[in-house]
Design a protein around this ligand. Structure first.
Ligand code: NAG
Ligand code: NAG
Ligand code: NAG
Ligand code: NAG
Ligand code: NAG
Ligand code: NAG
Ligand code: NAG
Length: 543
């Protein structure tokens, strides 16, 4: 559901807030006829259907992965395509392009999540169309939920490659072509927004298809796929099985571990507010929770649990010192149980190794060994890893692409250390091998207290995917509050975002009103309390 705040704002008001002058070639207000739109001879796709949705009618669309049911969208034309991804194999992907009647002249491609499996209609409807963008999204070549893995075969190589990168790249090409035919002129600029697998897809595009986008926003990218999946298994093994001496219940995480983490870490940033602004300055010591003689065992932990916590909060290495992935950071304890250290195995991880790496479809976390990670790195299923630090083709003088990345410090599914790790490899590469300044093309924002892509007890709404659709829309569509407008302004006006302002809604729901606002700081700086009303972003600065 879209927020009152956003729906009360008309598109023209939103565009005015964006503060962006549209080029003559991008003037809004063209109303092509959706009903008769049936392009043939598309280069990359076959047209299947076009459906016009007048403003404010009910839009109720769902697929295996994504759904939307709203009645507050501006008028748009929904075009459905079938992309041929490998003619020899006859493999295809389903792709949709949503074309607003009142177009802002730009295209916005949105990404997917996990191993899915469906056009991301949620974000086409909650982010792209309401802000006037023509939106593009693909099912990545198969239908399925975030967790499903059996579509990959084993040995369904074309489906794996489609998921890895091919369906999205071809969809961007096809989508741009459809946009040009529909409005009779090409899009003025091309943007991307995605989180998690969506973040991985965005980085893959930046690395391999630098011309697809002018501006890219990625959240918590699953870009080091091989290592991320290995880490998820390790995290599961840290606490499994539930009958073991190292398992910790949801109650322990929320009522024993979380308060102790806050006791040790919360005030180090100068403010006791339940948000750890910079977990790097706190070295959490779980051993303070060890049960003492006579202590009520519901209020403390046993040895096995303490050593599990030491592993959970540390970077992970295999026995041969191969670096696997970063650990959890203090600050997300109430959600970590629902992430990788709770009752449930992380199905994406076992499906990945079972269906794409070992081809043992009965693969469980107990079948994992260091050699499985080595095998995964050798195979790199679907070439899904997106870890090339050379972004010169995207960012260099010929293309001048811009990249914004963000991650929540309390991410329960992908360690924020991964975002820092990738950023640092690009930084190192840039210094060693180019004359460019990374600040001119790539900026990383760390979001205190935010869980995976959204949620958590913090200022966690700033215009990215999965936010408006979870009743956490940006406070306004301007570039300070809306990361999509920030990338547009960076690309089109050369004004790089220095800070963003995120909003917390009470109980993470816009209908309850604003709780507080906070700046999001650009790595490596972090938020510091300046003094004054802690509910106002102005009371903080980045240092
Ligand atoms: C909305 O779509 C879902 C899934 O297609 C369907 O089950 C439901 O009946 C639809 N609701 C209405 C009111 O049409
Ligand atoms: C297309 O599919 C065929 C048949 O599976 C395969 O041999 C070929 O390598 C594939 N081509 C590409 C570019 O993936
Ligand atoms: C499993 O299948 C995939 C897809 O065909 C292939 O790339 C991989 O090499 C296979 N793994 C093994 C261990 O044979
Ligand atoms: C032990 O602690 C739990 C949780 O705080 C509490 O509910 C329970 O009553 C305590 N038991 C005793 C015997 O004090
Ligand atoms: C980085 O990529 C660019 C463009 O693809 C290439 O020309 C250049 O040689 C690469 N630089 C290094 C150091 O590999
Ligand atoms: C510089 O580029 C070379 C060639 O691509 C690469 O091997 C090296 O790792 C790069 N340096 C850094 C610090 O990334
Ligand atoms: C937000 O609150 C509204 C009104 O109580 C409710 O209908 C909606 O489901 C809530 N949204 C979420 C994501 O919980």
């Amino acid at each position: 559901m879209l927020s009152e705040i956003c729906t009360r704002m008309s598109l023209s008001a939103a565009l005015a807030l964006l503060g962006l002058a549209l080029g003559a070639e991008a003037a809004a207000g063209s109303h092509p006829n959706c009903a008769s739109f049936a392009p043939n001879a598309l280069t990359y796709a076959a047209f299947s259907k076009a459906t016009h949705y007048p403003a404010n009618v009910r839009v109720n669309i769902s697929n295996a992965y994504s759904s939307i049911d709203v009645s507050n969208l501006p008028a748009f034309c929904r075009v459905e395509l079938v992309i041929t991804t490998n003619a020899t194999a006859g493999s295809t992907a389903l792709t949709e392009v949503w074309l607003p009647d009142e177009w802002n002249g730009r295209v916005l491609t949105v990404g997917n999540g996990g191993l899915a499996g469906g056009v991301t209609v949620t974000e086409l409807g909650h982010v792209a169309v309401p802000q006037g963008f023509a939106g593009i999204s693909t099912n990545t070549g198969h239908d399925g939920t975030t967790d499903d893995g059996d579509w990959a075969g084993p040995h369904n190589d074309n489906a794996i490659v489609d998921w890895g990168w091919r369906a999205l790249h071809l969809s961007v090409l096809a989508g741009k072509e459809v946009v040009e035919k529909y409005y009779d002129r090409p899009a003025w600029k091309s943007y991307y927004l995605g989180c998690s697998t969506g973040g991985r897809q965005g980085l893959k595009e930046v690395q391999d298809f630098p011309d697809d986008f002018d501006g890219v926003v990625v959240g918590s990218p699953a870009n080091w796929q091989t290592h991320l999946q290995a880490w998820s298994v390790h995290m599961n093994l840290n606490t499994e099985p539930t009958t073991s001496g190292h398992f910790m219940t949801a109650d322990m995480w929320s009522n024993v571990i979380a308060p102790e983490v806050m006791r040790q870490c919360d005030e180090l940033d100068g403010l006791k507010d339940g948000i750890i602004n910079d977990p790097r300055i706190c070295s959490f010591r779980p051993e303070t929770l060890t049960c003492r003689p006579g202590q009520n065992v519901s209020t403390c932990l046993q040895e096995g649990q303490i050593s599990a916590l030491h592993r959970i909060y540390a970077d992970y290495y295999e026995a041969d010192q191969t670096y696997v992935f970063g650990g959890y950071y203090p600050g997300g304890e109430t959600e970590y149980y629902h992430g990788l250290v709770g009752q449930k195995h992380f199905v994406i991880g076992t499906n990945y190794f079972g269906y794409m790496v070992t081809n043992d479809t009965g693969f469980t976390i107990h079948d994992y060994k260091a050699s499985v990670l080595k095998l995964a790195d050798q195979i790199d299923p679907g070439q899904a890893n997106a870890i090339n630090p050379n972004l010169t083709a995207f960012a260099g003088p010929e293309h001048k692409g811009k990249l914004i990345q963000y991650v929540g410090w309390a991410d329960q599914l992908i360690s924020p250390g991964n975002s820092i790790h990738y950023y640092e490899t690009v930084h190192g590469f840039t210094l060693a091998n180019t004359t460019m300044d990374i600040d001119d093309y790539y900026r990383l924002f760390l979001v205190p207290g935010m869980n995976h892509c959204h949620g958590g007890f913090a200022a966690n709404a700033f215009g990215s995917v999965e936010q408006a659709s979870n009743d956490n829309p940006p406070l306004s569509f301007d570039p300070q509050h809306n990361i999509l407008a920030a990338i547009v302004r960076w690309v089109e006006e050369g004004v790089a975002p220095d800070t963003l302002t995120a909003v917390n809604y009470k109980d993470n729901n816009v209908t309850n009103g604003v709780g507080f606002t906070r700046p999001l700081c650009r790595y490596p700086s972090n938020i510091r309390y300046r003094g004054g009303d802690p509910n106002k972003a102005e009371s903080f600065h980045c240092a």
